[in-house]
Unconditional design. Structure first.
Length: 429
DNA sequence: GTACATGATTGACA
DNA sequence: TGTCAATCATGTAC
């Protein structure tokens, strides 16, 4: 039998004796040996092919039925299935057996940790609490942010589960469909149960890759939510008024050297309910912005000077606390910050009176300073008429180089609470 | 929507 | 390592 005939023979898949509709020579397994015979065979086969379309559906069904009922069919299918198992499927099997995807495991772990997957027993809440703790922000509005975070996480969780359910449903439907299809096809071509099982596995893998994408997207959403929640810059909140006042009071009362020590920073942080880093940031920004635009801050400086003066005056007139006046506290609710000096304020006050600032003079006589302060206060309302702004709070603390007057290197900046030798002009001196 | 205020970040520097 | 200076990103007032 020549190659073409063999091909046709195998393609028809019905090279079995007694099958209707095939040329007699094929049914008998004989092929033409001479050229004319071959031509005749091919012609017959072509004729057969051409007439297939002319056959009725019933006729085709009858043929199909006859084929399925052929006594040799099961045996032949078994053999073919065996061959398939030994060749193609075994090769595929070796390729498809993969270890669990580490990325998928990471995603699963993360979703579990974030409370997106797994039981919903406050996982998101715990994550939010951890996020809050990590952020180290002021606690006042933490609960609001916390609930916001939880709500958004819950939303993500809901979407995740809905989509996951959809995928699983679709996967099951598709698997059932394919299995039915393969079972149906197994009547006409050799498909072993193992092959069907393998196909199911392939479908599942495909769907799990889709699920992995879903998991990845969910993880990204959680990460974004988390980063937004944690990112201090994004959730920047202006300090409350009290905190700003406390910081400003310190700044303007240490204008000649507005570099709080670590201890002072910690105390300010505690008073303002912010972190030490935030205090440092605040002073850094304040120094820069004050230096850049002193005129703009003049009014503010005067206001704090007046306040400090009033409080200093009150403190000194109410007893013997002149050596350690507490920070002026406009509202009295911010707590008293122990600024043991008002030297810079006095410096400015004295300059108001035309005296040049000399550190040794500062705080020499508390009572006289209080008197001077009272004078300043009386003028505060109309300083703009009689006094230039610079007279009130001249940038004398800033040297020609742009640095603060006598400002030591940051590392040697001493606390306002430090004793003699400090660059600050404590009244306690 | 826009301009300004303000807290945070970043890179350079001493 | 703390500070400066520039810059970013958000809040707020209009």
């Amino acid at each position: 039998m020549d190659e073409q005939t063999r091909l046709m023979h195998s393609h028809t898949g019905v090279g079995m004796a007694g099958h209707p509709g095939l040329p007699q020579h094929m049914q008998e397994g004989s092929g033409g040996t001479d050229g004319d015979g071959r031509k005749q065979d091919i012609g017959d086969i072509l004729q057969q092919i051409m007439t297939i379309t002319d056959q009725s559906l019933d006729e085709a069904q009858a043929r199909k039925h006859a084929l399925n009922c052929h006594r040799m069919k099961p045996a032949l299918f078994n053999v073919l299935c065996e061959i398939k198992e030994k060749t193609v499927l075994s090769i595929r099997g070796a390729q498809e057996e993969e270890p669990p995807d580490p990325q998928l495991m990471r995603l699963d772990n993360m979703l579990l940790a974030e409370g997106v997957s797994g039981p919903e027993k406050g996982g998101g809440s715990a994550a939010a609490a951890a996020a809050v703790a990590a952020s180290g922000g002021a606690g006042a509005d933490n609960s609001a942010e916390h609930s916001d975070y939880r709500a958004k996480l819950s939303q993500i969780r809901q979407i995740y589960h809905t989509e996951l359910e959809k995928y699983e449903q679709a996967c099951n439907e598709f698997t059932t469909h394919v299995m039915n299809l393969l079972r149906e096809q197994s009547r006409t071509r050799p498909i072993s149960p193992k092959e069907i099982e393998r196909m199911v596995g392939i479908i599942h893998r495909k769907f799990s890759s889709i699920q992995m994408q879903l998991k990845q997207s969910t993880c990204e959403a959680v990460m974004i939510l988390r980063s937004r929640f944690l990112d201090a810059r994004r959730k920047r909140r202006n300090f409350n008024k009290q905190a700003t006042e406390i910081l400003n009071e310190y700044f303007y009362s240490h204008l000649s050297n507005p570099y709080p020590s670590e201890e002072a920073k910690e105390e300010l942080a505690k008073k303002c309910a912010i972190t030490v880093a935030q205090v440092s940031n605040w002073f850094g920004n304040k120094r820069i912005r004050y230096k850049k635009n002193i005129g703009k801050f003049q009014e503010e400086a005067n206001m704090y000077a007046a306040r400090t003066a009033v409080n200093a005056a009150n403190a000194s007139s109410h007893g013997s606390q002149a050596n350690s006046p507490s920070t002026p506290n406009s509202a009295g609710s911010a707590g008293s910050f122990n600024m043991s000096n008002s030297g810079d304020l006095f410096m400015s006050v004295q300059s108001l009176n035309g005296d040049s600032y000399q550190g040794a003079q500062v705080g020499a006589n508390v009572q006289s300073q209080v008197d001077t302060l009272r004078h300043v206060i009386s003028q505060t309302g109309g300083y703009s008429e009689g006094l230039t702004a610079n007279q009130m709070y001249s940038p004398q603390g800033i040297n020609a180089n742009g640095g603060w007057q006598d400002a030591p290197t940051p590392s040697s900046v001493t606390s306002p609470t430090e004793g003699p030798g400090s660059v600050h002009s404590d009244t306690s001196n």
